[in-house]
Design a protein around this ligand. Structure first.
Ligand code: GAL
Length: 362
């Protein structure tokens, strides 16, 4: 609102300068962007969060007098490049991009830069390019740290006894630098227990490359969990699974149930997740998934829209960090992720209006 008012008073100033026959053109660069069109490129509709992100941004841009063009890329990097190219052709004056593959957009980003179209990386960093101006995201290392610490707490690993626990590790997509941040947030916390033998990784798979899940695909996660259960858990039982994202956790739980978990005799292991998507919150309420991370997409959209508005009106976008993308330090605004369990989902998700009780009815 403050920004709109600032925009309005500049408009008034420009008009009154024009009326006085003064040099109104100086204010023109600001005035010119009122009603500008922005392009919003999201990775997929498969996950409800990106739909919420996209809709929230469009609504906020429209409320501020901008036009917005929203496209989803069906998790296809070539399609996303085409869509962004088209946005440039359509005359969009700023781009907000959550990339399918953060390192695969350099050509189209170079084209945007050649036309002086600013780019904001939305949630996922655009890597290996100088042609990204700002980023709005969450502290993704903290996401992983919350997930890792949750497993430590729930398994009570700090207790000095002889018990050992079987844990399996999953990471997100290698096409998204966030996936590395999540894993690098969780793994160092678990490592001392792995080294001491308190945690056993029966699959032996711990390297990011081994545990990564292409495009965060639930089916890929399900297949890997099924394979591990079949190969390494004939006589053992898995006690916890580190998963970075709700969609993957759904796949992992499917594999576990197919292997007989989820009964009084063979309870499901502790599982983590991220995004607090409705099916997963329902799963938490039903005592299947154990934890998720809540990243309020309304807030993320607000930050990105504020950054865009600042760029378009010639003021300084909000930032509180800088993140290396391999070529430059990208000025970034980090939001704070929080943890969701059965104990706090009502306060954080329902009372805040993120979802309704009705959404969560089975
Ligand atoms: C990440 C994002 C997560 C999750 C994941 C899978 O980039 O930060 O919140 O949505 O992608 O979509």
């Amino acid at each position: 609102m403050r920004k709109i008012l600032a925009g309005l008073s500049l408009t008034v100033l420009a008009l009154s300068l024009a009326a006085c026959g003064g040099d109104a053109v100086a204010a023109d660069s600001v005035y010119a962007n009122v009603g500008a069109k922005v392009g919003i490129s999201m990775p997929t509709k498969e996950s409800a969060r990106w739909i919420a992100d996209g809709n929230a941004m469009v609504a906020q841009f429209k409320a501020m007098g901008y036009q917005a063009e929203l496209q989803y890329a069906n998790n296809d990097k070539a399609l996303q490049n085409q869509q962004v190219d088209k946005m440039i052709g359509n005359g969009d004056q700023l781009l907000l991009i959550a990339a399918v593959d953060g390192g695969a957009m350099n050509d189209v980003l170079a084209k945007a830069a050649s036309k002086k179209i600013p780019v904001i990386a939305y949630d996922r960093l655009l890597t290996g390019t100088k042609n990204v101006d700002y980023q709005a995201t969450f502290d993704n290392t903290r996401v992983g740290a919350l997930q890792g610490q949750f497993i430590i707490d729930r398994l009570n690993l700090t207790k000095k006894d002889d018990k050992t626990y079987n844990v399996e590790l999953f990471a997100g997509s290698a096409t998204d630098i966030n996936a590395k941040y999540f894993y690098d947030g969780a793994k160092p916390l678990l490592m001392p227990y792995i080294r001491s033998g308190k945690i056993k990784i029966r699959s032996g798979e711990t390297a990011f490359k081994k545990v990564a899940t292409n495009l965060y695909d639930a089916k890929v996660a399900q297949a890997r969990m099924a394979r591990i259960l079949n190969d390494d858990y004939k006589t053992e039982r898995v006690d916890a699974v580190l998963s970075p994202y709700d969609g993957m956790t759904i796949g992992i739980i499917k594999a576990l149930k197919a292997a007989g978990y989820g009964t009084a005799d063979k309870p499901l292991p502790i599982t983590t997740g991220q995004d607090s998507e409705t099916p997963s919150v329902k799963s938490i309420i039903a005592d299947e998934q154990t934890q998720s991370i809540f990243k309020d997409t309304r807030e993320l959209a607000k930050v990105a829209v504020e950054q865009a508005n600042a760029i378009l009106t010639g003021s300084k976008p909000m930032t509180n960090a800088e993140v290396k993308n391999g070529v430059k330090d990208v000025p970034t605004y980090y939001l704070y992720p929080v943890q969701i369990t059965k104990n706090n989902y009502k306060t954080l998700l329902v009372d805040s209006g993120y979802v309704t009780e009705d959404d969560l009815k089975v």
